[in-house]
Design a binder for this molecule. Structure first.
Ligand SMILES: Cc1cc2nc3c(=O)[nH]c(=O)nc-3n(C[C@H](O)[C@H](O)[C@H](O)COP(=O)(O)OP(=O)(O)OC[C@H]3O[C@@H](n4cnc5c(N)ncnc54)[C@H](O)[C@@H]3O)c2cc1C
Length: 389
């Protein structure tokens, strides 16, 4: 059941998105950057630390409320929501679960207050879906580790103060073994920001290449066990994917609302186009797919915060299902919204083409949807058919 607190936080996020985010969204998209001030405003309301416990100055929201708030921010602008999702999800979550007390005290309050933006650097030019094939090396050197390698498509890689970067610590190991997770300060010698990508959508979000060149990370910058970093990454992506699902829902909801408003206003053949069965069928499909994806996303969010019997689907499979379903809903709904707008929908002057461009991102990052199907089907086969999966 939805609680009063959840409704209040959702309403606060919608009001903020309506007043402070949406009015600038098209301009940020055209300029290919977010205003610096928006990060401060987002942080002021506590959104940068929604999943961070109160003892580290976060809001300590339950994951369902987090998903609700994040959806509203994405309704305002998906690039803003992506920053918030990465901050709360893979970055803060990994530190919370696997960091030492000293690391938590050092970084979590700064992430919660927005004083520091976090980035997650796993992908490499030749290691995307097969991220465990990463080639960045971390070599032991008196009191720390020396990192060398290239990271690709790091969201906020230039703005971030803290980058959770993954590198192979055991050069004889392969696959998921022997990979460490490092808390890299972007001001360190050897942290070099490379090219800024020109993206289809989420244009205001900064996606950059990062070069780690003889970068030294002291021992207190290593998260947990030097051989288990890849597992930490995969675990924190369980929460991360719920965040991406919420982001996709915000895009879908925005496209749906625009399309509905337009269908009522636009007249052809002497009547609003909403009177045509073909348009009504689209609106019904959009509403149904969004509601279904939202229910699944909230179910996944609920499950990641509960300890309980594993069985199928596990929280891992559920968060993959949520990300898969919500991102496909966003892509389909935004495509239908463009269609409902007709020729105007194809024009930059109207909001739906941007939403369609933005919707493609969630189908790709934090694991492509093909990989989501792999994660889900592996569990189906293992738990329901008794194979190795
Ligand atoms: C806007 C944006 C922001 C991003 N931000 C970040 C970030 O902050 N940090 C970060 O680390 N990464 C980030 N990424 C990278 C993203 O996570 C990768 O692009 C993604 O994991 C896919 O990797 P790839 O692009 O190398 O595709 P590939 O792995 O080369 O895949 C190519 C195609 O093959 C398919 N494929 C691959 N393997 C299989 C398989 N086993 N079975 C079926 N199909 C398969 C894929 O699904 C895809 O369709 C970002 C990407 C984008 C677009």
């Amino acid at each position: 059941m939805t609680t009063t607190e959840q409704l209040e936080i959702r309403a606060m996020a919608r009001e903020f998105a309506e007043g402070e985010i949406r009015p600038s969204s098209a301009e940020w998209d055209a300029r290919r950057e977010l205003d610096d001030e928006i990060f401060g405003k987002v942080a002021e309301l506590g959104f940068m630390g929604m999943l961070i416990p109160e003892e580290y100055q976060g809001l300590d929201l339950d994951p369902v409320t987090y998903a609700m708030a994040l959806e509203e921010l994405a309704w305002g602008d998906a690039s803003v929501a992506l920053t918030v999702a990465i901050q709360n999800g893979p970055v803060a979550r990994a530190i919370l679960r696997h960091g030492s007390e000293e690391q938590k005290e050092r970084w979590l309050p700064k992430l919660a207050s927005g004083d520091v933006l976090g980035a997650f650097a796993l992908s490499e030019p030749d290691a995307g879906s097969d991220a465990a094939a990463l080639e960045t090396k971390a070599v032991r050197e008196g009191g720390g580790w020396r990192l060398n390698g290239t990271k690709r498509w790091v969201t906020n890689g230039a703005r971030a103060g803290l980058v959770l970067a993954f590198a192979r610590t055991d050069q004889d190991a392969s696959g998921a073994d022997g990979i460490g997770a490092f808390l890299v300060e972007s001001g360190s010698d050897g942290y070099r920001v490379g090219r800024r990508e020109r993206t289809l959508g989420l244009r205001a979000s900064e996606t950059v290449e990062v070069h780690l060149e003889d970068l030294f990370v002291p021992d207190d910058g290593l998260l947990g066990d030097p051989a288990r970093g890849f597992r930490y990454a995969m675990r924190s992506l369980v929460v991360g994917r719920v965040g991406i699902a919420a982001q996709a829902l915000g895009i879908a909801q925005a496209a749906f609302e625009h399309a509905t408003g337009y269908a009522v206003e636009r007249e052809q053949f002497g009547t609003p186009i909403a009177d045509f069965g073909a348009i009504r069928e689209k609106l019904a499909g959009m509403a149904s797919r969004i509601s279904g994806a939202r229910a699944l996303t909230h179910d996944a969010a609920r499950r990641i915060s509960q300890e309980g019997p594993e069985g199928f689907p596990s929280p891992n499979a559920l968060s993959a299902m949520a990300k898969l379903t919500a991102s496909e809903a966003a892509m389909w709904v935004s495509d239908e919204a463009v269609q409902i707008y007709g020729g105007y929908g194809y024009m930059r002057d109207y909001p739906v083409e941007k939403l369609m461009r933005d919707a493609k991102g969630p189908e790709i990052y934090e694991g492509t949807n093909e990989i989501m199907r792999h994660v889900i089907s592996r569990e189906v086969l293992r738990d329901l058919a008794g194979t190795d999966g």
